[in-house]
Design a binder for this molecule. Structure first.
Ligand SMILES: [Zn+2]
Length: 236
């Protein structure tokens, strides 16, 4: 079955600066190769995950790392600038994300699954879902031109695949390398090796795309679920 994302505008909405690499960068790279426009919106600053040797201006460093990774992909990077660990589905957060949707005008949004382990990820998923409705609602924030139609929404896999039942798989065999290249841009995250709450990210990422690939009969894959809600589904 052929998935063709040419002409689409694909926006990944994630909580932290390295989440897109772990969960959807192969699919973004594949969409880019098809001719889609790509955006990565990171809602939190990444200001609380200090490496073993603390960095005083960590949020600035992580913003630069995000920009470098997005550049490798040919993606536009956008930020919500909320604090790590405090993200919630609130009105201020919704307004900011709706403005981002109305600027980028996505036709497809990739969002953290409600099954994900991290409270910021789950909040980012709720916000991405709410904005996918209200961005096309003309009466909401009339100062920004609303979208003509709601974007489709796919839930991304959870970290370590826990509690996530794949709806379908995207073969990323030709695009696994860019996940590694992009992850290597996040040097301040990779420097957290001594943090007891931290897992070796590259190992985790590789284990996951290989396991999802094995489930789908290919070398490497990313898993998603379609958000089955009115106007967020599409026919292929
Ligand atoms: Zn995260």
């Amino acid at each position: 079955m052929r998935l063709d994302l040419s002409g689409e505008r694909v926006l990944a909405v994630v909580a932290h600066p390295d989440d897109a690499e772990l969960l959807c960068a192969g699919t973004l790279a594949r969409a880019r190769a098809d001719g889609a426009s790509i955006g990565i919106c990171v809602l939190c600053r990444g200001d609380k995950g200090q490496p073993t040797t603390p960095i005083p201006n960590l949020a600035d460093v992580r913003r630069q790392e995000l920009q470098a990774a997005a550049q490798l992909l040919g993606a536009e990077a956008m930020t919500g600038e909320f604090s790590d660990g405090e993200l919630a589905d609130g009105q201020e957060e919704r307004r900011k994300l709706i403005a981002i949707y109305r600027e980028f005008r996505p036709t497809l949004v990739l969002a953290h699954s409600p099954a994900d382990y991290h409270p910021d990820h789950r909040a980012a998923g709720l916000l991405a879902e709410a904005a996918s409705w209200f961005a096309a609602s003309g009466g909401y924030l009339p100062e920004h031109k609303s979208l003509q139609t709601q974007p489709a929404l796919w839930w991304m896999d959870s970290i370590e695949m826990l509690g996530f039942e794949p709806g379908f798989f995207v073969d990323i065999g030709a695009h696994a390398a860019i996940k590694h290249q992009m992850l290597h841009c996040h040097k301040s995250q990779l420097a957290r090796w001594a943090d007891r709450d931290f897992s070796p990210l590259e190992e985790l990422m590789q284990r996951q795309y290989k396991a999802r690939g094995a489930q789908a009969g290919v070398a490497a894959a990313e898993a998603f679920q379609i958000h089955r809600a009115w106007k967020r589904t599409r026919a292929w």
